[in-house]
Structure formats: C-alpha cells, structure tokens
Design a protein around this ligand. Structure first.
Ligand code: MN
Length: 256
C-alpha cells in the first residue's frame, strides 16, 4: 500500500513525524508537507508565485519526504499529480496540533489536504489532536489513527471521502474507544484580542474560546470531550439536499 502524508503544521512539526512513523506499518509512506506552518489555510492554492519543492531527510523511516513552499492543498495536489510515482491508496493529513471539528473544518489546512485526495477518489483521512501544545504526545493519536484506518480499509468503505479523526489528549488507557459522529455546532466568543505594539499602534489577534451549542453525544466535539476518538465522514458536496427539494415547489423560478 502506498500512502501520501501531508499536514498544515509544516514538515518539522512533531505530529507529522509521529503519524508517518505509525503509517509505515501499513505501507510505503511519502511525505509532502509545507516548509513552514500553514494552519487555517483551508484549500487555498499558490497561483501568483512559483512552488519550490525540496527533498528533505525525515526522522521517520519514510520512502521520501518533500518540503513545499506552499499550502497544504498545494502539497497534496503536487504530491498526487507530480511527485508520487503512482496514485496512492491512501492520503492522510496530520496529526494536527489542535482539533478540527465543528465549523473549524472549513478553515483547516489539515482537512483541506485530505480533501485533495478525496476529490480524486482516494480514501483520505484528516487526523487532529485535541491539544494546542506542541509538546503534546502525538504517539497515542497516531496509534488510534492507524487503528481507524485499518478498520475503514477492512470494511471497504466509500473511498472518495475524508474520514475526519479527532483524538482526545488524554493518557492512552483513558481513551474510551472510537465513536462515529457528525459535525457539531460551536460558537466563538471574544474573537479578537485588541493590543498595542511598543510604538503605541493598535493591532488585533484572533483568538476565541468555542462554546458548545449542540450538546448531543453524537457530535464530534462532545464525543472528544467525553474521551472518545471521534470519526466523522465528510464529503465535498455541500448541497443541502432536503432544502433543495423543499425549495423546488416553494419559490417561483424566473424563466428567461
Ligand atoms: Mn495546524
């Protein structure tokens, strides 16, 4: 099995090292990651600048590793179209330092890189740890991610999707198992910190503490806070099918 590994925290982030090392038990791993942190880049692409590709040495026993002067989506795209010798069987992105649940999946570069795989019909996964500490232990999350991937591969699930995996940052023995979830609902309060620089000029810094709006136990964030590994299947089609059907008879559509 051939596996493409990407992330948005950059090629030197501890999360991608732990993930790539664990994925070596599944197959041949090629790492293509941004040369610096590109969190919250979503699916943005580099169009106005050249994309620099540098082959680098990597701590885990991977086949090859490349650092790219672009976004997570750039990494997955150039990996899939150009750098890999053949189409991989799996695209895995992460492990992100910080969760990617609820509305955050729209901003996530981690999830975006995985979607580039799903767009091409490849089984893809995004893996995130529910901790913003770069000193967090990513090895437990890496093991759970590979357990989930083995389960998905064995079950021959729909490949053209992103399986969004979020792992609680708790001791290995305290993890209560895997829960199938849906995307939850949160609300951010106090979103920008207003500060002043040493010259007295003001600036803003995005922050925000999410407040859980939907406390249902099958929501991703609720499951993770309860100690479960959350597994949510995501698809690129954002059409609200129920609303589409309801609109069909409800609004008079202008003709010509
Ligand atoms: Mn990140």
């Amino acid at each position: 099995m051939r596996i493409l590994v990407c992330n948005d925290d950059g090629i030197n982030a501890p999360g991608i090292t732990a993930l790539a090392a664990e994925l070596c038990s599944l197959g041949q791993v090629i790492v293509v990651a941004p040369d610096s942190e590109r969190s919250a880049a979503s699916n943005s692409l580099t169009l106005a600048h050249p994309l620099r590709v540098r082959e680098v040495t990597f701590p885990a026993p991977v086949e090859k590793a490349y650092a790219i002067s672009g976004t997570p989506a750039d990494c997955a795209k150039i990996g899939l179209s150009t750098l890999l010798p053949e189409k991989p069987d799996l695209v895995v992105s992460g492990i992100n330092c910080g969760p990617n649940m609820c509305v955050d999946i729209f901003y996530s570069g981690t999830v975006a890189a995985a979607f580039e795989g799903a767009f091409r019909g490849i089984l893809s996964a995004a893996v995130s740890l529910d901790s913003y500490s770069p000193r967090a232990d990513f090895s437990v999350a890496a093991k759970w991610a590979v357990r989930c991937l083995r389960m998905l591969i064995d079950a021959e699930v729909e490949p053209a999707r992103v399986y969004n995996i979020n792992v609680p940052c708790i001791p290995e023995n305290d993890v209560r198992g895997v829960k199938l979830t849906r995307t939850g609902t949160i609300d951010y309060r106090e979103e920008y910190d207003h500060r002043h620089d040493p010259h007295g000029r003001s600036y803003y810094w995005l922050k925000g503490n999410p407040e859980i709006i939907d406390p249902a136990p099958d929501c991703d964030i609720v499951a993770v806070k309860a100690g479960y590994v959350s597994l949510t299947p995501l698809k690129a089609d954002l059409t609200d099918s129920a609303l589409l059907a309801a609109l069909a008879g409800k609004i008079p559509l202008p003709e010509k």
